[in-house]
Ligand binder design. Structure first.
Ligand code: GRF
Length: 206
């Protein structure tokens, strides 16, 4: 008998290419997860169309309608609960969640960031890496903590910065890696193969 697939919520703010990679993986019979709901902090973004096309419920919790970060976080977590999801997978989600999210979904909030953390945290990691002149940047997937871009690192992969790179070309090369790495991480998480030991994440063998 195959184990039931872990229901996850994917939180988005934009075009949703990482969401698409997760949806594509989830349609494979070997997937350990399914996308139970997509939550966006703003209306009319590309990710919402991707959810609809995949037949996945999509809910907008417009952050502008909420009085503060705490109320916004509670509303998001309530939607996730209502759809039976047990994990929050942040995929280009541009809002900072209040501690309630990590308290309600302990060790089950995951984020992807387009740099090799702890280098270049924040909203413009690709631009900051280019401006700094680094030769290598990359992708980090980590468990989220209250402190932004700080939690235990699950996976990292380096991406070279080329001499003629623009923001767009570097971002495209980073996203290509993201779309391969993120579903692999969520698969391992959903199969209970990730153990947090202090600041380290240990991958248990499949
Ligand atoms: C990704 O590069 C992610 O690392 C960053 O925002 C981007 C989202 O892209 N946080 P998309 O919405 O998945 O296309």
């Amino acid at each position: 008998m195959t184990a039931p697939r872990k229901p996850i919520a994917v939180l988005v703010s934009g075009s949703g290419t990482n969401l698409q990679a997760l949806l594509d993986w989830s349609h494979d019979p070997t997937s350990a997860f399914r996308v139970a709901v997509v939550v966006s902090d703003r209306p009319k973004v590309g990710a919402l169309g991707r959810a609809s096309a995949a037949g996945v419920p999509a809910v907008v919790v417009d952050w502008r309608d909420q009085p503060n970060r705490e109320a916004f976080t509670k509303a998001v977590c309530d939607v996730v609960d209502e759809h039976g999801a047990s994990a929050l997978v942040l995929a280009g989600f541009m809002r900072v969640l209040a501690p309630e999210a990590m308290a309600r979904f302990p060790a089950a909030v995951i984020n992807i960031h387009p740099s090799l953390l702890p280098s270049f945290p924040g909203a413009d990691a690709v631009g900051d890496a280019l401006a700094h002149g680094v030769k290598v940047t990359g992708v980090t997937v980590h468990f989220a903590e209250e402190q932004v871009d700080h939690g235990p690192i699950i996976a990292q992969e380096a991406v070279p910065v080329l001499e003629d790179d623009t923001r767009a070309t570097l971002q495209a090369r980073i996203q290509h890696v993201e779309h391969r790495v993120y579903p692999q991480v969520v698969q391992a998480f959903a199969a209970d193969r990730l153990a947090i030991e202090g600041r380290s994440v240990v991958w248990e063998t499949a």
